[in-house]
Design a protein. Structure first.
Length: 153
């Protein structure tokens, strides 16, 4: 009975599933924040993970930056574009040991996030505690736009 079904209906779902699995494989392989990919890409670029939440009056950004020093982190806000960049240095304390596996990321990083609404450029509160950078950005009213009524005659 299955011989009467068109080829697309019989095998289409299997091919889509295979395509999705291959996409996931490549996504996992090239996600440079994961240890698997760092074994193959030397000097790997990494990017901190972020959470962005919004309330009525402000936008809060949490960025995971474990091992970074405050002096090595820069935060720039231009319009709606927030950029978090810096360097994470790996301190090699043990000189006599041969490492069998190194999973800690190091090097320069940069994350650019577009805010969903206008924010006050001067009112940005930043705190860094236990490897997490917290940024609180106060929302501003949309630019002064004026609604004009259309008159009909």
């Amino acid at each position: 009975m299955f011989d009467l079904l068109p080829w697309r209906k019989r095998y289409g779902k299997d091919l889509n599933g295979f395509k999705n699995e291959m996409d996931n494989l490549f996504d996992r392989f090239f996600d440079l924040d994961r240890p698997f990919s760092q074994q193959f890409v030397k000097g790997a670029y990494w990017a901190p993970r972020v959470n962005v939440s919004e309330s009525e009056k402000e936008i809060t950004v949490h960025a995971e930056l474990p091992g970074c020093k405050v002096a090595d982190i820069d935060v720039v806000l231009e319009g709606r574009l927030l950029t978090i960049k810096g360097k994470k240095k790996y301190e090699k304390e043990e000189k006599e040991k041969t490492f069998l596996r190194v999973e800690r990321a190091e090097g320069a990083f940069s994350r650019m996030l577009e805010m969903p609404t206008d924010v006050d450029q001067q009112d940005v509160r930043a705190t860094y505690k236990k490897g997490v950078l917290k940024l609180v950005l106060k929302k501003t009213a949309p630019s002064d736009s004026q609604k004009n009524e259309i008159k009909t005659s």
